[in-house]
Ligand binder design. Structure first.
Ligand code: MTE
Length: 324
């Protein structure tokens, strides 16, 4: 990512001191409370400030899924929709909220193709009906050293994968996102090779945590967060979570992903959140929670796989320092 340098020449992620903050309570206890009804998913969402909520966005009926809820306080809607990375609209954090109004999320089609027996092209409304929508509260950790907690709406990507019947040659899934100069002013800048492409290995794509995402905070996705459909892969750095997807391609070889192509020594294909593997230009041991930890506050400790330890078995036998 483009990281701005502070006046002393230090990368800004270093600007605040690193001290672990042990605020992560037991996920299990939280889920138990949810199951008992002591905490309602809806009440949790009320904890998020909602200043920008009344934009008249379409509401989505989604059932909270307590198996996929972190106990951390959700980030406010305002922060989650005004501090974004979406380089198609500019590289400043405020650019997507400012400029993504030109994105037209409807009508929208998404093509699912490649190594599948049943390729299909779906319009966004049909895609949203493929499986029941769930609300899941995930942490998202950006490679730049900040994180958020967002109530997303969608369903496991595996639901879609089942429907297209991948062939035996399908080893990876590639996500190709919209690149339309007429809608996306940032495309005139060569900051990345467009379109923005991301990818996952098949077992990662099929992991139930991997969320095909169509909404957040109970409404359709705002443009700046990747309308009308994106992926959210919560155990990986945020750049793996491609926004505004137009094509999902099943491939036999590893996709060439945008960040990996532009800076292979800095952004690997896997990009699992890993406090033990530094980015070449900064530490990944800690993070700043947007809206909670001020720029000069002490940062909180980053957890292996962003706390999603259930994915560890996907990487058995791999050297995660080499395959970062
Ligand atoms: N998808 C596209 N198409 N273009 C982008 O620039 N940025 C990525 C990811 N998906 C990006 C993208 C990065 S770096 C991050 S951290 C997340 O989106 C941010 O998601 P959010 O703005 O919803 O928090």
């Amino acid at each position: 990512m483009l990281i701005k340098r502070g006046p002393n020449g230090i990368d800004l992620p270093y600007a605040s001191e690193i001290t672990p903050r042990h605020v992560f309570e037991s996920r299990r206890r939280f889920v138990q409370q949810l199951a008992l009804g002591t905490i309602a998913g809806g009440a949790l969402l009320e904890m998020a400030t909602r200043e920008a909520f009344a934009q008249g966005a379409q509401k989505l009926a989604a059932k909270p899924n307590p198996a996929f809820v972190v106990m951390d306080k959700p980030t406010s809607y305002k922060d989650a929709t005004t501090y974004n990375n979406f380089y198609e609209f500019g590289t400043d954090k405020s650019d997507p909220a400012r400029y993504a109004g030109s994105l037209k999320p409807r009508p929208w089609t998404i093509a699912i193709e490649g190594e599948v027996n049943k390729p299909m092209t779906l319009d966004i409304d049909s895609l949203m009906k493929l499986a029941p929508l769930e609300e899941r509260i995930y942490r998202l950790r950006c490679v730049e050293g900040w994180s958020m907690v967002v109530p997303w709406v969608g369903f496991s990507l595996s639901e879609l994968i089942k429907k297209v019947e991948p062939t035996g040659n399908a080893k990876f899934v590639e996500f190709v996102t919209l690149a339309d100069k007429a809608q996306m002013p940032g495309l005139s800048s060569p900051v990345l090779k467009w379109p923005y492409v991301e990818g996952l290995r098949m077992d990662e794509a099929n992991h139930p945590l991997t969320l095909l995402t169509v909404g957040m905070y109970g409404e359709v996705l705002p443009n700046q967060n990747g309308a009308p459909v994106r992926i959210v892969v919560p155990w990986k750095y945020g750049f793996k979570s491609a926004k505004s997807i137009v094509k999902i391609r099943f491939t036999s070889s590893q996709p060439k992903t945008a960040w990996n192509v532009s800076a292979p020594s800095e952004y690997g294909f896997y990009s699992n959140v890993n406090p033990d593997v530094d980015h070449p230009r900064w530490s990944q041991a800690s993070e700043r929670r947007i809206g909670e930890d001020g720029l000069f506050a002490k940062k909180r400790k980053t957890l292996m796989f962003n706390g999603y330890s259930e994915v560890a078995s996907l990487y058995t036998g791999m050297d995660l320092k080499k395959q970062f």
